[in-house]
Design a protein around this ligand. Sequence first.
Ligand code: GLP
Length: 242
Amino acid sequence: MILYKVKDFNDMSNKILEEIINCINIKPDACISFTTGRTTKQLLKDLAFSINGGLNIEQATFCNLDEFVGDPSQEYSVHSFMRKYLYNNINYFPKNIFMLKPDAVDKEAEILRYKNILKDYPRDIQILGLGVNGHIGANEPGTSFEQECFIADSHEETIKSTMELFNLSYDNTPNQMYTMGIKEIMDARCVILAASGFTKAKAVKEVIEGEITSDIPASYLKKHSNFILIVDEAACSLLALK
Ligand code: GLP
């Protein structure tokens, strides 16, 4: 594990962006897999700025880690998020863009479709945000490390976090997600997990100082040979060694 302790949210976003730019500069046809949420809002905006400023992504593939089951037009969908923060703001597009379909009629067929895409497009970088309970993607505590792409039921802490992020009532908050499993996450050549803010401090401590356990799905990333963890000062605040 390579641990980068950065000052704040901005520095965290800049560090992830730097990793993406380096990767694309070395390998123009790289496959970068994104996640959505608080962690990547700024990153996606800054990436759009870099693309419009000359970062050549025309041979690259962009895909996403997960997607809520439901209506793609809702503000909380990964489709809406990626459009709002990245795709609506760029003048040049990657060769391929892959996302899970939130409203697929045949959910099993959708999972199979995405699994096949993941086989055809090995990820050079998988970006992850850290759930308050240590989840990654929608792989909640208790998920097997062998899990492949599936539909996961969100735990209560995760539903609450989504409610706050999008200002939703409980009844209007999605509680199921398509997600790459831990297995496909681990298949990426490089995995970047980022965390900012005091709300992530407990989970960060468990990942860094704790055992590898399915109670904290992100702890398994320590087994990855190219795992980069980027955390800001607030997210580090509970670590024994600052
Ligand atoms: C959410 C999503 C993930 C996201 C993570 C962290 O539940 N399923 O895609 O990366 O948890 O979210 P946030 O960055 O908003 O804290």
